[in-house]
Every structure is written in structure tokens, then in C-alpha cells.
Design a protein around this ligand. Structure first.
Ligand code: SAH
Length: 234
């Protein structure tokens, strides 16, 4: 089985990279900035971790970079499963807490406001399929599930919140729907694993809260990813 993780930030992936001892394959995606790490697990599983990469010293977060990385990973690695692992904002009113890790049971965009006919509205929102083994995996590993909604901003404008609420969104990120969109084009299943760095319904400043909790959320993300890989490789 070929598993390809797509991760936006080095800090989100580092505990996982260290734990699995995946080795960097320098220049694999050149000229793209995406970075590849690889480990052979047992006799039948190839584990790849793909980072979107950096420009001017900063991790490339967001939909465009996630789409490029996912497309490159699918074309060059031919994964059986893509896993988008990262952090998100969530709502304490839904029972979320800092560093709680969820599997995404649905995924859509929340900031693409395209008036017109139904087809355009539907296309803008996305609502892409997630891996059909997600629910069974969540039950087996006793993990909560939630709907991921993706936008291009860390902050949340009132119209974003309205869209999220109307569509029962729970996990707000900046990559999930972009990764799932590319996977849907190639018919590759996608699993979303999201760890909460900040709460969208408290009074804290989002970026401060994100920075404060990034390390802890990434550690918890790593623990869950270890269990997921153990389960998938059988
Ligand atoms: N690169 C910046 C901050 C990135 S924050 C820095 O460290 O200085 C945004 C990243 O965290 C994105 O990859 C996104 O997927 C995730 N994220 C965490 N909380 C989020 C929220 N409330 N809304 C949107 N994305 C969030």
C-alpha cells in the first residue's frame, strides 16, 4: 500500500517525521518547493510525507500550495490513499477542545461565494468525497469525526461563519478541500486528520492561540497518525 501524507507546515509534520524515521528525498519534486520524505514500512507499505515546502523561509500554507503538492504527489507517487494531516480551528459549542484530533467525515469550501445557478453554487462549495473507510477507522480508533470547511484566511469573517453554520461545518482549515478536490479529479481516496489549535468561538486572538497551541496540537496529531499508519499497514 502506498500512503501519501500532504502536510502544509513543517511544525505540523515534524513529530511524525521524527517518529517514523522517514528520510528526505532531496530534489524529488524539483522545481516545485514541495519536499518528500519516505520510509518503507514492513514489506508492503510505502509511507510518504509530502510537505508543501517553503518560500522566503515560510511554510506554504493554503489551497494553492496544497493543490500543487497533492497533484505532484499523485502523479509521481501513485498513492492508494492520500492523507491530509494538519491543524484547524473548531467550535467549543460543538465539544471541541485544543489538541483534540478529528477525522473529517465531509469537506467543503466556506469562502467561495459564487452567485448564479445551482451548478456554480455547488461547484464553489465543493463537498468532495472523503475515503469511504473513514467512519470504520474512526470507530476502530475511537476518534471523533467532523466536517472540514476550508478557506483562504485564518480569520473568520461573519459571512464565513454564516456559511459554516448553514452547512454544519466543524473544523476550519486552509487546505482540506483543496486536497480533496485534486483527489476527486484523480479518483484517489482522501482521509483528513485535523488537530485543533484554536477555538473559533472564544475571545482569544486566533493567531496568538494558534501559535500557543501549535506544538501541542502537532504532538497529538502525531500520536493519532502513528495509530492510523499502524492500522492501515495491517
Ligand atoms: N504560517 C503562519 C500561520 C499559519 S496558520 C505562521 O505560523 O506564522 C494557518 C494554518 O493552520 C493553515 O495551514 C490552516 O490549515 C491551519 N489552521 C489552524 N487554525 C485555523 C483556523 N482557525 N482557520 C483556518 N486555518 C487554520
Amino acid at each position: 500500500m502506498i500512503i501519501a501524507y500532504i502536510v502544509a507546515m513543517q511544525a505540523e509534520a515534524q513529530p511524525f517525521i521524527d517518529n517514523f524515521g522517514v528520510q528526505e528525498v532531496p530534489g524529488f519534486f524539483s522545481p516545485l518547493p514541495c519536499r518528500l520524505y519516505h520510509a518503507r514500512m514492513g514489506s508492503a507499505t510505502d509511507l510518504y510525507v509530502v510537505l508543501n515546502g517553503k518560500v522566503h523561509g515560510s511554510d506554504l500554507i493554503g489551497c494553492e500550495s496544497a493543490s500543487v503538492a497533492t497533484q505532484a504527489a499523485i502523479q509521481k507517487l501513485h498513492p492508494d490513499l492520500v492523507i491530509n494531516s494538519g491543524t484547524c480551528g473548531a467550535f467549543s459549542s460543538n465539544g471541541a477542545d485544543i489538541a483534540k484530533v478529528y477525522l473529517g467525515n465531509a469537506v467543503m469550501f466556506h469562502d467561495r461565494r459564487v452567485p448564479g445557478d445551482d451548478e456554480w453554487g455547488t461547484q464553489a462549495l465543493g463537498n468532495y468525497p472523503v475515503w469511504d473507510g473513514t467512519k470504520a477507522l474512526a470507530e476502530k480508533l475511537n476518534l471523533p469525526m467532523g466536517k472540514v470547511t476550508t478557506g483562504s484566511s485564518l480569520d473568520m469573517q461573519p459571512c464565513d461563519l454564516q456559511m459554516i453554520k448553514e452547512n454544519n461545518g466543524e473544523l476550519k482549515d486552509m487546505e482540506g478541500a483543496a486536497v480533496a478536490f485534486v483527489c476527486s479529479l484523480y479518483n484517489v481516496p482522501v482521509l483528513l486528520v485535523k488537530s485543533v489549535t484554536d477555538l473559533c468561538d472564544n475571545s482569544a486572538e486566533t493567531y496568538d492561540e494558534f501559535k500557543r497551541n501549535l506544538a501541542m496540537a502537532s504532538e497529538e496529531l502525531c500520536k493519532v497518525n502513528i495509530r492510523i499508519v499502524e492500522e492501515l499497514k495491517g
